[in-house]
Unconditional design. Structure first.
Length: 529
């Protein structure tokens, strides 16, 4: 598809597919190169509700953008806000649509300039001169960690919480200029560049390098590039609906050399240079063998290399080295990782200095306090530790396995990442003077507080989900309770539907940064005791 937009020739293509797992498609895409309007929308809400939300958004946004009144940025903001409020209104009046919403990226191209409006975890990439750049930011805890280089793209793609978002279109009313709602990006659309919009069905399955290669290989044929990328997403698992829109500038095809096809197992180890290297390596081995045979090499054995970090596996399968976590920890030394295979571990865990405790598959290893543990049942204890951490484990309290405290930290500077603590009386309790780093965890449905902080602790809490805590207690409790003289830093956390306030802090602690740099869903925000 090729048309003119205010004197600039644009070539575009787009496609959508339900994927290999889902039977319905909640995605929508739209290409109008004549007016310079392009959209990718991903419905939220399941079955008909998600499809309905995406359809409403598509109609409302196109209708507004086609009326060329106001600046491009104003039009984009108003279009998304109109769609948001219409989805919210219809969901309120139709029980079968309760909870419907969508995430989306809108692109408006005019006179060599582009304006993007973005909410959620759909994406907009720029491809130019052999490079790919992500223009939008994912409004999700895992997306933020990827954008800040805290985790790699591959780690984000594989993360179990990668699909959680803290912004959407339709769950509550908004005005066009509400802070923390619409992300706007304005930039020059260079004629030798291409822009790609996609749903997370692509970005969760196909890396940015693979996206770059497909678009460059199909330069001049954006419809072919979209088809190749959808095939790639489905070959990688096709776990979600996938939608793609590609917009090429007038000089993109002429400036872009065709990229080589993706490297495969068949091509990786063949060809001119690999074979030359093989020959060189074979020669070196032959020379070494002859020298050894004729006694030219020094026969003294080198000193053994110092032992490095080890991986100690725990589980019930035959390839595990240990049956219990504590047996592995008893043999572990600083720098080692105790890796848990999938399964349930009914034992109280006491961490050791410098040792990492990690589930091989995030959330697949579940830890619970043993039924006959002395004193209040605590799943994991860390005391007087300067390093080490907990990664990807799940702590789940049940009626037959109650837990007073999921994780108890006392004077501990460890990390807790990507873990789930559910149903304990207190999810995480931090005591003493430590500075632990609590990142990207899901702490929910605690009977009292999700996190309780006391003493002189100065923990760093970032990108955690603090949800539905303190609702079961006689006196409703907050998501996070901070007691003097503790002074935590809270960045990018999501507070959802906790029993009392999202957080409670001491009267002499400044709560403004917490309100500014965190996200509150159904909140009564925070208060001081």
């Amino acid at each position: 598809m090729e048309m003119m937009v205010s004197g600039a020739k644009l070539r575009c293509g787009g496609d959508t597919h339900p994927g290999r797992v889902r039977s319905n498609n909640e995605d929508r895409f739209y290409c109008d190169p004549d007016r310079g309007i392009f959209l990718v929308i991903d419905g939220v809400g399941g079955q008909a509700a998600g499809e309905k939300a995406a359809g409403i958004a598509l109609n409302m946004i196109c209708n507004r953008l086609e009326r060329q009144t106001g600046t491009a940025s104003e039009r984009v903001r108003e279009a998304i806000a109109l769609a948001n409020n219409e989805i919210f209104r219809l969901a309120a009046g139709n029980p079968e649509w309760d909870g419907m919403a969508c995430v989306l990226t809108v692109l408006l191209v005019e006179d060599g300039s582009a304006v993007a409006g973005h909410v959620g975890d759909t994406r907009l990439y720029e491809i130019r001169a052999g490079r790919i750049r992500k223009i939008t930011h994912d409004h999700s805890p895992i997306g933020e960690r990827e954008d800040s280089n805290d985790i790699s793209e591959i780690e984000a793609m594989r993360h179990p919480r990668r699909n959680e978002v803290y912004r959407d279109v339709g769950s509550e009313e908004h005005t066009p200029d509400d802070p923390g709602f619409i992300e706007i990006a304005s930039f020059d659309f260079e004629p030798d560049s291409a822009l790609l919009l996609c749903s997370d069905g692509l970005s969760d399955q196909v890396t940015s390098v693979e996206i770059l290669g497909a678009v460059e290989r199909n330069a001049g044929n954006p419809q072919g590039a979209a088809a190749e990328l959808i095939d790639a997403a489905n070959r990688a698992g096709g776990k979600d609906n996938v939608s793609i829109v590609i917009v090429e500038g007038s000089e993109f095809a002429a400036q872009t050399p065709n990229a080589p096809p993706p490297e495969t197992a068949e091509t990786r180890f063949t060809g001119r240079w690999p074979m030359a290297l093989y020959g060189f390596g074979a020669g070196i081995l032959l020379l070494a063998a002859s020298q050894w045979h004729f006694g030219f090499l020094d026969t003294a054995r080198p000193a053994p290399a110092p032992a490095g970090p080890r991986m100690l596996t725990v589980g019930g399968s035959s390839d595990a080295q240990f049956r219990t976590i504590q047996d592995a920890l008893a043999q572990a030394r600083a720098g080692d990782t105790v890796e848990l295979l999938a399964g349930e571990y009914r034992e109280q865990v006491r961490l050791r200095e410098g040792v990492k405790l990690a589930s091989r598959v995030p959330y697949a290893a579940m830890i619970g306090a043993p039924p006959a543990s002395p004193g209040p049942p605590i799943a994991i204890i860390a005391e007087n530790l300067k390093s080490g951490g907990i990664f990807g484990v799940r702590i789940l309290a049940t009626p037959d396995m109650p837990i007073a405290t999921g994780i108890l930290l006392t004077d501990a500077d460890i990390e807790i990442d990507d873990s789930e603590i559910a149903g304990a009386t207190i999810g995480i309790e931090i005591r003493g003077a430590g500075s632990p780093r609590i990142r990207a965890n899901n702490i929910h449905d605690s009977l009292a507080e999700g996190i309780r902080i006391s003493g002189a602790a100065t923990p760093w809490l970032s990108h955690n989900e603090i949800a539905r805590n303190g609702r079961a207690a006689r006196a409703r409790r907050p998501g996070i309770l901070v007691m003097n003289p503790a002074r935590p830093a809270l960045i990018g956390n999501i507070f959802t539907d906790n029993g009392a306030d999202a957080f409670v802090i001491p009267s002499d602690m400044d709560g403004a940064p917490i309100l500014k740099y965190n996200f509150f869903i159904k909140p009564s925000a925070g208060r001081r005791p």
